[in-house]
Write a protein that binds this ligand. Structure first.
Ligand code: NAD
Length: 290
């Protein structure tokens, strides 16, 4: 409105320039909006928890989505069909075990196009280092870190061919800080943050970004699985363990939600985030500020 006010009494050519300028601003605003229509997003480990929340957020923003886990049940396929119907987009479930190097690469190759890659699959095991089972160490490193290397390496040429791409890695507050008894998880998540920065530098001059989201605690099946042992260890009931032990690290004393994580992921995928690359976004209620 202000622009039009300044136009009063000016020659018509100026008006045309200003109207065009106004249109450009609107176009730029539209481009910064969250529509991901026409994009194909692959989210690893997305049949539950954060991955499923992110799939739903991306689908709501108009992206076509690929769900993944290693289970390949009728329920997995039905989940994808339900999401396709709910959001009126295309959704497919593709089974691939993120422990398996070739399966990581095949997941991306089979889909054949990947505009948005969300490396989310992750597992956890808690034990002191001297008692930490070597096979658990290998699995955690493979699923949480190595898989992201292989999927990214396969997806980047596709993003380059399409002239646009987004890599969003789901790291953790444990990608920035440590906790006792989580050696493999902390090592893997710090690795994910390092991988993210490297991918960002290698793609810095291209319309591709790579970032990591670092959540604090989110109440998903992964965290639920840790509750019984913690309840036993501290001889506390579920609610007390959540309040006194788990959320003790999180100054907000609240869990981050999968919907909030999906919102941040969609923002990183929007054009508003074109210049955000190689960084971490903490969603930890202040944990890593301490
Ligand atoms: P979750 O257990 O709810 O979901 C994990 C998903 O990964 C599931 O769909 C599972 O089927 C899949 N998965 C597991 N192993 C796999 C494999 N070998 N191959 C393919 N898929 C596999 O866990 P979540 O809490 O939603 O965690 C998702 C990501 O978020 C993980 O990387 C985790 O480290 C990270 N994270 C979680 C929290 C939290 O508090 N829940 C906090 C910080 C970071």
């Amino acid at each position: 409105m202000q622009l039009r006010f300044h136009c009063v009494g000016r020659p018509r050519a100026d008006l045309i320039i200003l109207v065009n300028y106004d249109k450009e601003i609107r176009e730029s605003e539209r481009k910064c909006a969250m529509s991901l229509e026409g994009k194909i997003a692959i989210v690893t480990g997305s049949t539950s928890g954060i991955g499923l929340g992110i799939v739903r957020g991306l689908a709501e923003s108009g992206a076509d989505v690929i769900l993944n886990s290693f289970t390949d049940t009728a329920q997995d396929h039905a989940l994808a069909e339900g999401i396709a119907k709910e959001f009126n987009i295309s959704a497919r479930y593709v089974s691939a075990d993120m422990c398996d190097v070739q399966a990581c690469r095949d997941l991306i190759a089979e889909v054949g196009r990947c505009d948005i890659l969300v490396n989310n699959a992750g597992v956890q095991h808690v034990a002191p280092i001297d008692q930490f089972p070597a096979d658990k160490w290998d699995d955690i490193l493979a699923i949480n870190l190595t898989s992201a290397f292989h999927t990214t390496a396969t997806a980047l040429p596709m993003m380059r061919a399409a002239g646009w791409g987004r890599v969003v890695n789901i790291a953790s507050a444990h990608g920035l800080t440590a906790s006792p008894f989580k050696s493999a998880y902390v090592a893997a998540k710090h690795g994910v943050v390092g991988l993210t920065k490297t991918v960002a530098l290698e793609t810095a001059e291209e319309p591709i970004t790579a970032n990591a989201i670092c959540p604090g605690y989110v109440l998903t099946p992964l965290l639920e699985a840790q509750l019984p042992a913690t309840m036993e260890k501290y001889n506390m009931d579920r609610e007390t363990v959540i309040k006194k032990i788990i959320l003790d690290r999180q100054p907000s004393r609240s869990f981050a939600t999968v919907e909030q994580l999906a919102g941040t992921c969609c923002f990183l995928c929007s054009n508003a985030a074109d210049q955000i690359t190689g960084t971490t976004i903490s969603m930890d209620g202040g944990w890593t500020a301490m």
